[in-house]
Design a protein around this ligand. Structure first.
Ligand SMILES: [Zn+2]
Length: 203
């Protein structure tokens, strides 16, 4: 699969539509996600998750240089993500402000807790990566896989990664599998499945 970045951005709703339906949209609206992000990858993911109907609650981290984009103006760099997103997200989707689910969406490095779903946005300096775990996925394997990656990319690559991360998180919120997995994201928008690292228990 090699959708271009702008195709992912433009068609994200349609890509989801077939599998969402009315009941699925209710699940998205009743879910909630805690966000840990200071950059454009996490903020883009947050915007798409909120646009899809799921509430996002940001943490106290200060937004980093490069975080500015379609969601956040440049003067907000340095301000706490929680404060900035509380101001801008109601304009994205006022329906999605009050969920209290167990989802986690975070830029690496990050700590993980709760039932999930968990979606990690990371990178290695050249590629971006999305590593994800639904409620049934092994915590040890998820953590072994995320341990190999650093912070997600900035710029256009980070924007595309964030959009991809949001789609994957929405699939997990809808109960669509797989429960554990990872994929890399490279310019010009090539997505490649990545094998999950197995933990000691799973061998
Ligand atoms: Zn495992």
């Amino acid at each position: 699969m090699a959708l271009r970045e702008e195709q992912i951005l433009r068609y994200s709703r349609q890509i989801l539509l077939r599998e969402v339906g009315g009941r699925g949209q209710e699940k998205l609206l009743s879910g909630g996600v805690r966000l840990k992000a200071t950059g454009v990858a996490g903020l883009t993911a947050a915007a798409y998750v909120v646009a899809g109907g799921t509430a996002v609650e940001a943490g106290p981290e200060s937004l980093a240089p490069g975080a500015e984009g379609f969601l956040v103006p440049a003067e907000d760099v340095g301000r706490p993500a929680s404060e900035v997103l509380a101001r801008v997200l109601p304009d994205v989707n006022a329906d999605a402000l009050a969920g209290h689910g167990t989802g986690r969406l975070a830029e690496l490095p990050a700590a993980w807790d709760g039932e999930g779903p968990w979606v990690a946005l990371g990178g290695d300096g050249t590629r971006g990566v999305v590593i994800f775990r639904g409620a049934g996925g092994c915590v040890g394997c998820f953590e072994a896989t995320t341990a190999a990656w650093g912070a997600p990319p900035k710029g256009a690559l980070g924007v595309g990664l964030g959009a991809l991360g949001a789609l994957i998180l929405q699939r997990l919120l809808l109960g669509l599998g797989p429960a554990l997995g990872a994929c890399t994201w490279e310019a010009p928008g090539v997505m490649t499945d990545l094998p999950v690292r197995r933990c000691g228990r799973c061998g």
